[in-house]
Design a protein around this ligand. Structure first.
Ligand SMILES: *Cc1c(COP(=O)(O)O)cnc(C)c1O
Length: 645
C-alpha cells in the first residue's frame, strides 16, 4: 500500500521505476524501451506500401558523398554530446536550485517514440492521434483541479497544452477579455430577443459564469434563426467585438468604460507583465497587490476592489498563485473566489485565474482515486505540517476558479516545453475561435472531441509538438493524478522540504556563534529559502556580498569541471517594497541587520539562498546518505572558509 511508505517518509518502491536515476540505474529499462519503439517505428514505415521500390539502395551507402555526410553528422553529434556534458545536472540529488529535476520515464519514452512520427497538434489533419490525447490531458488536469471533466456535462472544463506557463497565462488573459467584452458587443449589435444587460458597465461586468450563459443563449438563438438571419447577426456581432476593433476601437466606441486592470500579487511571475504587454493592455494595467508572508494580503485585495468599484474601474482578472516561483507559497484562493462572488453580486464581475505553473501537481495529493477531495486529516497523514489549513482551503477552492495554469515541465517531471491552460467551463472557449463558431454542439462526448480537434482555432500557437503531448498523456495514464499514484511524487518532495526546513533550523542553532541563519517564511510546499548574515555585520550590502560568494560555490560555472561542484542552489532577493515594513523589520532583526542600511549601494534588497526540493533521491535510507545533511555540512564549510578568508 503506497500510503504506508509516504506515511513513514521513506521512498515508495514504485518511484524507483519512475526515473533513469542519479547513477542512470535504470539504463536497461530506458534503452530497451527506446530501441523497441524505434524498431517499431521502422516496421511501421516498412509496412506502409511494402510494394514500393527501395529508394535508398545498398550501393548508395558506399558513395563518397554519402560517407562524407555520415562522417560529418557523426562528428557534429560527438561535439554536441561532448558539449552537453557541461549541462546542469538536474537529475542529481545534489541539484536543489531551480524548478527542474529528473524526467519521468513514461513521458520521456513516449516523447522519444513519438518524435519520428512528428505529429503537429495544430489540427487532427496533422495529428490524428495526439490531438485527442491533448484534449484528454485537459480533462485529466481538470479532474485533478476539481473542475467538471465529463464531456457529457454541458459545463465540462477544457484544457490544452502550451509551450509553458507563460503562454498559458497569456491564454487566461485572452479568454478573460473575450468573456468580459462579448456582452458589450451583443448590446452594441442590438441583438433582438436576448435579455441583455442595461448599460455598458453592467455588460462589461458580468461574472464569467453569467457571460458564458449569455454567450450560450446567443449560440442557441442562432441555431433557431434562418440561415440569412444567422449570417446577418453573426456579422453584426462579430464587427462589434473587441477581437475585431482592438482595444483602441473598442474603448473609443464605449467611452464610458475604462481599460480593465489585472490584479496580481506583487510576487507574481513576470509572465503577467509580458501578457499585459502582449494583449495591448500595457503594464500600467497590471496592479500588483501587497502580500503578507509572501501570500496575497486579502485585506489589500478587498480595499483595491472597493476602490475599483467606487471609481468604476473594471477588473479583468484577479490572479492567485499556487506555489510562488520564489518561495513556493500559496495564495488564499478561497478568499479570492469569495471576493469574486461578492463583487459580482454588487455589479463588478471579474474572473479568477490561478497561476499554478509551479504548484499545480500538488493538487494530486488532495484527490482520492475516485476523484473526490480528500479531507485535510487524510492529506496531512505522515507530514509534519503540510498542509496548513490555509493551503488546504486554497487547493479545495480550485474547482470554483475560472481558469488555471499548470506546468507539466515543472512539478510534472516532464521535458520542456509543456505548460497547460485549463478553464472551468469549455463553453467560453468558442469566443477564442478564429473562424465563426456558431453551432454549439457539445453536449455529447463525441461532439466535444470533434469540436476541439481543430485545436489551432483556439490556442495562441499554431504548429505544436504532438510528441510533447504524448509524453504528458502517457505519464498521466501511468500515474493517474491522485494521491495514490502521481501524488507519491509531490508527497516525497514535501517530506524532503520538511526535513530540509528542520535541518536548516538545526544549522541555524549550530552556527549561531558565527552566522545568523533564518528561514524567512514557513514553507507552504517544497521551496525553502535560507537567509544568512555573518555575526557582527549590520549592513545589508555586506550580507548580500557574503551570500553571493556562497552562491558562487553553488552555481553553474562552465569554465570549471562539473565534478568540482558539490551542490547546486539558487538565490533570490527579498525587496522591502514587496515585504512591507513589518516583515522587513522582522527578517532584518532576526539577522542582526540595520533597517537604515537598506538605502546603501548594493543593499536595497536582501539576497537569500533558495532551494527547490524536487529530487526524489535526496534521502537514500538504504545507503544511509542524506544529501540534505551533506548540503548543510557543505554550507557550513563554505561559511567557515569565507569567514576565514
Ligand atoms: C515558471 C512559472 C511561470 C512561467 O512558466 P514557463 O513555463 O517558464 O513559461 C509562470 N508562473 C509561475 C508561478 C511559474 O512558477
Amino acid at each position: 500500500m503506497p500510503s504506508q511508505h509516504t506515511a513513514t517518509g521513506s521512498r515508495p518502491p514504485m518511484l524507483d521505476a519512475c526515473f533513469l536515476g542519479p547513477y542512470a540505474e535504470n539504463d536497461n529499462l530506458l534503452e530497451k524501451l527506446v530501441v523497441e519503439f524505434l524498431r517499431d517505428h521502422v516496421y511501421w514505415r516498412r509496412n506502409f506500401h511494402p510494394e514500393d521500390p527501395i529508394a535508398i539502395g545498398t550501393h548508395a551507402a558506399h558513395h563518397p558523398d554519402y560517407l562524407a555526410f555520415a562522417a560529418r553528422m557523426r562528428r557534429e553529434l560527438h561535439q554536441l554530446s561532448a558539449a552537453l556534458k557541461k549541462s546542469v545536472p538536474f537529475h542529481s540529488p545534489r541539484y536543489i536550485g531551480h524548478m527542474a529535476s529528473d524526467l519521468l520515464l513514461p513521458g520521456l519514452v513516449a516523447q522519444i517514440l513519438t518524435l519520428p512520427y512528428n505529429p503537429n497538434n495544430v489540427s487532427e489533419d496533422a495529428a490524428p492521434v495526439t490531438v485527442d490525447m491533448e484534449v484528454q490531458v485537459g480533462l485529466q488536469l481538470a479532474r485533478m483541479l476539481g473542475y467538471a471533466h465529463d464531456p457529457a456535462q454541458p459545463e465540462c472544463a477544457f484544457g490544452h497544452l502550451t509551450s509553458g506557463g507563460t503562454v498559458a497565462n497569456y491564454q487566461a488573459l485572452r479568454l478573460a477579455l473575450a468573456l468580459k467584452a462579448f456582452p458589450v458587443a451583443l448590446r452594441a449589435a442590438d441583438v433582438p430577443e436576448l435579455t441583455l444587460p442595461e448599460d455598458d458597465w453592467s455588460a462589461f461586468n458580468l461574472s464569467p459564469s453569467a457571460s458564458i450563459a449569455l454567450y450560450a443563449q446567443w449560440q442557441h438563438w442562432l441555431t433557431q434563426a434562418t440561415a440569412a438571419e444567422r449570417r446577418h447577426w453573426q456579422m453584426r456581432v462579430s464587427d462589434a467585438r473587441i477581437e475585431q476593433s482592438g482595444l483602441v476601437g473598442f474603448f473609443a466606441k464605449h467611452s464610458s468604460l475604462k481599460v480593465p486592470k489585472v490584479l496580481a500579487p506583487i510576487t507574481a511571475h513576470y509572465s503577467w507583465s509580458k501578457g499585459c504587454k502582449l494583449l495591448g493592455l500595457g503594464r500600467d494595467q497590471l496592479a500588483l497587490l501587497p502580500e503578507r508572508g509572501m501570500r496575497t494580503d486579502v485585506d489589500a485585495l478587498e480595499t483595491t476592489l472597493e476602490r475599483c468599484l467606487r471609481e468604476r474601474q473594471p477588473v479583468l482578472l484577479a490572479v492567485a498563485v499556487l506555489g510562488t516561483t520564489e518561495y513556493g507559497t500559496v495564495d488564499p484562493i478561497d478568499a479570492v473566489v469569495s471576493a469574486r462572488d461578492r463583487f459580482a453580486a454588487r455589479g463588478m464581475g471579474f474572473g479568477v485565474h490561478v497561476d499554478a505553473a509551479w504548484g499545480g501537481y500538488l493538487a494530486t495529493l488532495f484527490r482520492n482515486e475516485d476523484g473526490s477531495l480528500r479531507t485535510r486529516e487524510a492529506v496531512a497523514m505522515g507530514f509534519q505540517q503540510f498542509p496548513s489549513v490555509d493551503v488546504y482551503n486554497a487547493v479545495a477552492a480550485l474547482g470554483q476558479t475560472d481558469s488555471v495554469t499548470v506546468d507539466p515541465h515543472k512539478l510534472g517531471y516532464l521535458p520542456y516545453g509543456a505548460g497547460a491552460f485549463i478553464c472551468r467551463d469549455h463553453r467560453a472557449v468558442g469566443l477564442l475561435a478564429e473562424a465563426a463558431d456558431y453551432v454549439f454542439h457539445a453536449d455529447t462526448p463525441k461532439d466535444y472531441l470533434n469540436r476541439y480537434r481543430s485545436l489551432g482555432q483556439f490556442i495562441p500557437e499554431g504548429s505544436k509538438s504532438g510528441a510533447s503531448v504524448a509524453g504528458v498523456y502517457v505519464t498521466h495514464k501511468v500515474l493517474p493524478l491522485d494521491h495514490a499514484h502521481f501524488g507519491l511524487l509531490p508527497a516525497n518532495t514535501i517530506h524532503h522540504a520538511e526535513a530540509f526546513h528542520a535541518r536548516a533550523l538545526q544549522f541555524a542553532k549550530a552556527m549561531a556563534a558565527v552566522v545568523h541563519v533564518m528561514v524567512p517564511f514557513v514553507p507552504d510546499s517544497n521551496l525553502v529559502c535560507v537567509a544568512l548574515n555573518p555575526v557582527g555585520n549590520h549592513r545589508v550590502a555586506t550580507a548580500n556580498t557574503f551570500v553571493r560568494h556562497l552562491h558562487d560555490e553553488l552555481r553553474c560555472d562552465p569554465s570549471r569541471p562539473l565534478q568540482d561542484k558539490q551542490f547546486f542552489g539558487s538565490v533570490t532577493t527579498l525587496r522591502p517594497d514587496v515585504l512591507g515594513d513589518a516583515e522587513t523589520q522582522r527578517i532584518l532583526d532576526a539577522l542582526g541587520l540595520d533597517m537604515a542600511s537598506l538605502g546603501e549601494e548594493g543593499g536595497d534588497r536582501l539576497t537569500i539562498l533558495r532551494h527547490t526540493l524536487m529530487n526524489p533521491y535526496l534521502i537514500d535510507a538504504e545507503n544511509g546518505v542524506s544529501y540534505i545533511d551533506m548540503y548543510f555540512e557543505h554550507l557550513a564549510t563554505q561559511v567557515q572558509r569565507l569567514l576565514a578568508g
